[in-house]
Design a binder for this molecule. Structure first.
Ligand SMILES: Cc1cc2nc3c(=O)[nH]c(=O)nc-3n(C[C@H](O)[C@H](O)[C@H](O)COP(=O)(O)OP(=O)(O)OC[C@H]3O[C@@H](n4cnc5c(N)ncnc54)[C@H](O)[C@@H]3O)c2cc1C
Length: 346
């Protein structure tokens, strides 16, 4: 049998690690470069929802997540500063696990399968044949004049009325869900006002929400884990198509679905799975790189185009202050609207 060619994966987030695991399960030599180290906290709602769970099951990783302490989520409730929906059943269950635990568990699995993992190593060469870009979202300082940034921290002593609580306000939104270790992940997306500096104190205030809001009440007795605080700026909320990229991209390196959907991790898992078979064929010498890269891009666009379009509109609705109460009222009274918004964005 001919020697299989090695694949280099740049970026050891969820997309890169899942691809690495899938390739190693099929005997393909794989080397992964990760600029950071494991374990580490990341800005993420830590709410895994959508078809990516089926990917995890097919790759035998769902059990790994369960063993790592993933918590099931079956209900959700939405809040504006003055209105709320009743607690509703999610049309399909989600899993919640801290990225601190999740990324480290996948990295360990990749190494155990014989993958070559280099931590603390930033790839600065040209992308080309046999190299996959899984480097995450592309930074963008401003989008239509607005600067977006994300914050997250784990807290204990937070009583929740639903497994997922989404709190929306004119500044953005904050999601709360239970994760492993009995903690609650508090994660938000916000826009920065012109001239505003967002220091550590403002970050805590933003995550706690405006005084008197349901979010502020929920976090009244919260004890934050200082080590889990993290922030990310320069978020781009504009959708891109995979075929528009020259490199072979997976996960957020293709595009970042609006975080409000809680579907970004799912896309990372799904896109990694879609890339496996073309990359195996390339590794075996059955197809050229010129065929491999566009084949993966087409698979990804076919899988994600529809949900990205719906997500763009949902996000616009959620982030427009004058529409926030309307949205919560709709979600409170219309089961059809609630299910449709959920299903179309995953
Ligand atoms: C505020 C917010 C809330 C979110 N909430 C949710 C949620 O609840 N549910 C959900 O499903 N999704 C959520 N997401 C989205 C989710 O976090 C991402 O979609 C997911 O992390 C994408 O995985 P990835 O592997 O593509 O990228 P990442 O997880 O970002 O990983 C990319 C990796 O590449 C490494 N890297 C980058 N450049 C290089 C280089 N040159 N060399 C080596 N390594 C490099 C980085 O260090 C990083 O580890 C949220 C996002 C934000 C911003």
């Amino acid at each position: 049998m001919a020697v299989m060619k090695s694949i280099t994966i740049v970026g050891g987030g969820l997309a890169g690690l899942t691809l690495g695991i899938g390739l190693r399960q099929r005997g393909v030599p794989a080397a992964l470069w990760e600029a950071g180290h494991y374990p580490r906290h990341r800005v993420c709602g830590e709410f895994i929802s959508g078809r990516g769970q089926e990917t995890l099951a097919r790759l035998g990783l769902r059990d790994l997540l369960k063993r790592a302490g993933a918590v099931g989520a079956d209900t959700a409730a939405f809040f504006s500063e003055t209105k709320s929906t009743p607690t509703r059943a999610l049309p399909s269950s989600a899993l919640c696990l801290s990225r601190f635990t999740l990324d480290a568990a996948l990295a360990k699995n990749f190494s155990e399968l014989g993958g070559e993992l280099s931590e603390g190593r930033r790839f600065a060469e040209n992308f080309g044949e046999g190299i996959v870009r899984a480097t995450g979202r592309r930074g963008q300082a401003k989008e239509n004049g607005t600067r977006w940034f994300g914050l997250k921290a784990h807290a204990s002593n937070v009583p929740l009325t639903a497994d997922l609580e989404m709190h929306i306000s004119p500044r953005g939104y904050v999601g709360l869900c239970r994760v492993n270790g009995g903690r609650v992940n508090v994660c938000g997306l916000f826009h920065r006002r012109a001239g505003e500096s967002v220091g550590p104190q403002n970050r805590r205030e933003l995550l706690r929400g405006p005084t008197g809001s349901p979010l502020h009440q929920r976090l009244a007795s919260a004890e934050f884990d200082e080590n889990s605080f993290c922030a990310v700026a320069g978020l781009s909320l504009r959708p891109y198509r995979a075929v528009a990229h020259v490199d072979c991209c997976i996960g957020d390196a293709i595009t970042m679905i609006p975080p409000v959907t809680g579907n970004g991790m799912s896309i990372a898992f799904e896109s990694a799975e879609l890339a496996i078979e073309p990359l195996v064929a390339w590794s075996r010498g059955e197809i050229s790189w010129a065929e491999t890269q566009p084949r993966i891009a087409r698979h990804c666009d076919a899988a994600f185009a529809r949900r990205l379009t719906w997500a763009k509109w949902l996000q616009r609705f959620v982030l427009t202050p004058s529409l926030q109460n309307v949205l919560v009222r709709f979600a409170a009274h219309s089961d059809w609207f609630w299910r449709m918004a959920f299903e179309k964005t995953r």
